[in-house]
Design a protein around this ligand. Structure first.
Ligand code: 9MR
Ligand code: 9MR
Length: 588
């Protein structure tokens, strides 16, 4: 396990010596609640920065009534203000005051300081392109998690590593046996991303992840044309974002049984491997049980891919839209014939389950995607739209994805359904906005489950898409609140993205990062974040706060708070990319 302690002075300012206070962060110190407060804990602030014109609000855990913003270069105070009323948050167990410096728009690098008591924040920037690097890093993280491909120094830098898991000889597990593919049959299913900190590939989680990238490509085609990711395909004719998602989409296609259209739930080792590099795990790999959830996720994504990729004709996508559409039809037909095949983990398989007993949302999503792609247009279930509550999406709650596709489709034919869907989206966004507006921490999040950081990012997407369709800009401050939370304005004081901010996770639950001998974790990954769903992943030695918003530890064993995952990174990428697009649109 890696531990490092970073120590430096946060008060390198041309002000009094009392500002010179060291801020140390012990990477694996354990419970945040047990740490003595230092200046990082006293100022909760977005450690990356803000775009000019955006809301800029930090939270202070100090009794200070006044604050200043000091320019790093000149050491001069360029802004001063009064803090807001102290407010207690029951989920973090602390009291914070808002320091609002939204009016400061001059590009530069700054710190927030208070004189009574004397303290200083981490540095942050104001600038038009403050989110460009983090956007690129958050999608390059997918490249780093590619299965079956060597990560070469040219694109991977010091995180270069040999290829692992070619997956060209994968066994049919007994649970997946069929007449034409009995147990033990060898199939080839290469490519795709590792799901998370583990080395397995799961269809259900690939669903929401690949969908979200496709939606980004659909919504921001010009930006995607500009975005250079420095990946092996960067010199081909496709936007790099499309290349990255194709790497997983092509793997997904191999997970369909050509004989009957059914889709395997996952491709996996029998057990989670140890913390070794990908090429060091040579245990057999299996495809396990076909499931209705897998078929519906697969159908939704391939149907959407058929639609979106049509806009990118060229050698890399040749025949792909047609292949995807045929695959979607076949998977849907299989699902209709096997509408209730819930995934049940076989006794000899221990890896991630992604089990889901309620598939109503998957049906709605898949039927909507097929309809929008021109298949069975009557299949959009308007009764479902009317009667159901649309929740923030996660891997097992996907009705919102169908809603997004519908409201953003712009197809005349579906305008009635889209109108209905728009109402539902605005309803959810309104609820989230209200929560943000009354939250002492200025976030919509009010419960902490496994992957809470992704919930924050997905809530931001709900508000963003609501803003896109309604033009109501009030959502922007709430979206900024989510960005700020993820980049440091949260009760742990961490910027939750590896390699960014002044204090970010180092000991992530990510096998390559743990095994590669490089002190820094692979950059651009959003960690799962605080939750109280699982408290025992590190045993008794690592204590986590009982307050949900602080129940996080930067410790490798903490898979429930410090793992990374493709479905967590993807809404974060979408969010940061969308923010970056706004700057370019406004200013460039
Ligand atoms: O490393 C595994 C991680 O990727 C999963 O998200 C997590 C939950 O399914 O499980 C981790 O594996 C742990 C296992 O569940 C229990 N024994 C220790 C394993 C490695 O830390
Ligand atoms: O993200 C998943 C979370 O919602 C579940 O509660 C948890 C336990 O089933 O599993 C999480 O997913 C893990 C998957 O099972 C295996 N790869 C790592 C994923 C992230 O921890």
């Amino acid at each position: 396990m890696k531990r490092f302690t970073s120590c430096f002075f946060t008060g390198v300012l041309a002000v009094s010596a009392s500002f010179l206070m060291p801020a140390c962060s012990a990477g694996s110190a354990g419970a945040d609640g047990n740490r003595r407060p230092d200046s990082t804990g006293l100022f909760l602030i977005n450690q990356e920065g803000y775009r000019p014109g955006s809301a800029k609000i930090a939270l202070l855990r100090l009794p200070a009534t006044e604050f200043e913003v000091v320019d790093e270069e000149s050491g001069r105070a360029v802004y001063s203000g009064k803090t807001g009323k102290p407010r207690y948050w029951s989920l973090s167990g602390d009291t914070v005051r808002a320091a609002d410096f939204s009016d400061l728009d001059t590009p530069g690098t700054y710190r927030l300081v208070t004189r009574q008591p004397a303290a200083s924040s981490w540095p942050f920037s104001i600038g038009e392109n403050v989110y460009s690097d983090i956007t690129v890093a958050s999608i390059r993280a997918f490249y780093f998690n590619r299965s079956g491909m060597e990560i070469v120094p040219e694109y991977g830098g010091k995180w270069a590593r040999p290829a692992g898991h070619p997956d060209t000889s994968v066994l049919i597990h007994p649970s997946a046996a069929s007449p034409s593919r009995p147990a033990g049959t060898v199939i080839s299913s290469p490519g795709g991303w590792y799901d998370a900190g583990d080395y397995n590939k799961y269809m259900v989680n690939s669903g929401i992840t690949t969908y979200t990238l496709l939606l980004f490509l659909q919504q921001y085609p010009e930006y995607c044309r500009e975005l250079r990711l420095n990946i092996p395909e960067s010199n081909n004719t496709l936007p790099d974002v499309a290349d990255e998602l194709l790497y997983n989409l092509k793997w997904m296609l191999t997970m369909q049984d050509p004989a009957d259209g059914g889709v395997y739930h996952k491709l996996t080792h029998k057990n989670f491997s140890g913390f070794v590099m990908p090429h060091q795990t040579t245990e057999p790999r299996y495809v396990v049980q076909k499931s209705t959830a897998a078929a519906l996720n697969f159908a939704a994504v391939t149907a959407m891919a058929a639609r979106v990729l049509k806009n990118y004709p060229g050698p890399e996508t040749e025949n792909l839209p047609e292949t995807c559409l045929r695959a979607a039809r076949k998977a849907m037909a299989w699902a209709r014939e096997h509408s209730d095949v819930i995934y049940r983990q076989p006794a000899d398989i221990q890896t991630g389950e992604y089990g889901d007993g309620n598939l109503e949302d998957e049906w709605f999503w898949a039927e909507t995607e097929l309809a929008l792609t021109g298949e069975d247009p009557g299949a959009i279930n308007t009764g479902y739209i009317r009667d159901h509550e649309f929740r923030t999406p996660t891997w097992n709650q996907v009705e919102m994805l169908g809603l997004w596709s519908l409201v953003l489709s712009g197809q005349e034919e579906f305008s009635a359904a889209a109108g209905l869907a728009g109402g539902k989206l605005m309803e959810r966004a309104g609820i989230l906005y209200k929560k943000y507006n009354t939250s002492p921490y200025l976030v919509s999040l009010d419960h902490f489950e496994w992957g809470s950081n992704a919930e924050v990012a997905n809530q931001a997407l709900v508000k963003l898409i609501a803003m896109n369709i309604s033009g109501d800009e009030k959502y922007l401050a709430a979206i900024q609140g989510d960005v700020d939370y993820l980049l440091g304005r949260n009760a742990t004081g961490y910027c939750f993205v590896t390699g960014f901010g002044s204090r970010s996770p180092v000991n992530i639950h990510h096998r390559p990062s743990g095994a590669d001998g490089i002190p820094e974790p692979v950059p651009g990954f959003l960690v799962g974040g605080p939750n109280t769903q699982v408290m025992h992943d590190c045993g008794p030695l690592v204590k986590r706060s009982a307050f949900p918003a602080r129940s996080y530890t930067d410790t490798e064993c903490s898979y429930s708070t410090n793992e990374i995952a493709i479905n967590w990174n993807v809404p974060f990428f979408y969010l940061m990319g969308a923010m970056d697009v706004m700057t370019r649109k406004a200013g460039l």
